[in-house]
Design a protein around this ligand. Structure first.
Ligand SMILES: [Zn+2]
Length: 200
């Protein structure tokens, strides 16, 4: 069965603890990804393989599971809330998955929405808000990119080019930063390891 669902979880523990738990065959549970408070991303199971995270084989077979480091300090009054880095990585990962499987944000669920599991991920992860952010990111990514070439032709008078050169350990190898400013927009690129040669 192909993937049409993403299920979000809270780990009830640390990323390190989860690494150990999932690598132990005895645990009987698994998930595809884990995200730490520092935004660190660990993968445990290939997306093409079924992970056992959602409590039902039907859901497991069609879903990708993402765990987040954290636990509820005092359920139900104190509960896990993701921090900025963790949430940013989670959004980016989910957007990447949705794009690859050509899905929209309506395919993303909290564990508690697909199983009787109210503590996972709990009210600290606002699913409405989460899906809104993901929808905006998908929309942003699907917009056609500005063509610099066209801009150049129509706004030739307002283009400026900025060079920056960073030294490396080799005196003839440079890191080049290029900035093109057209109107009020700036486009940047960075080219590493550019080797210069002295002209004969
Ligand atoms: Zn869960």
């Amino acid at each position: 069965m192909s993937v049409d669902t993403i299920v979000l979880h809270v780990m009830a523990g640390t990323l390190a603890g989860t690494d150990a738990w999932f690598s132990s065959k005895k645990s009987g549970v698994s998930t595809h990804y884990g995200i730490g408070y520092n935004g660190e991303l660990h993968q445990y199971v290939d997306e093409s393989d079924t992970a056992y995270h959602a409590g039902s084989l039907v859901t497991n077979r069609r879903s990708i599971g993402i765990e987040h480091e954290g636990k509820h300090p005092d359920w139900p009054t104190g509960y896990w809330i993701p921090n900025y880095q963790q949430l940013a990585k989670s959004h980016a990962l989910v957007v990447d998955i949705l794009q690859r499987y050509r899905l929209d944000a309506s395919h993303v669920f909290g564990h508690g929405e697909v199983a009787n599991k109210p503590t996972c991920p709990g009210p600290g992860l606002n699913m409405m808000q989460y899906k809104q952010v993901v929808t905006n990111m998908l929309l942003q990514a699907s917009r056609p990119k500005d063509s610099l070439k066209d801009k150049e032709a129509t706004n030739a008078d307002s283009i400026s080019l900025v060079f920056g050169i960073g030294a490396t350990t080799d005196p003839m190898v440079m890191e080049v930063n290029l900035e093109i400013r057209i109107g009020n927009k700036t486009y940047k690129t960075n080219i590493k390891d550019v080797k210069f040669e002295e002209e004969e």
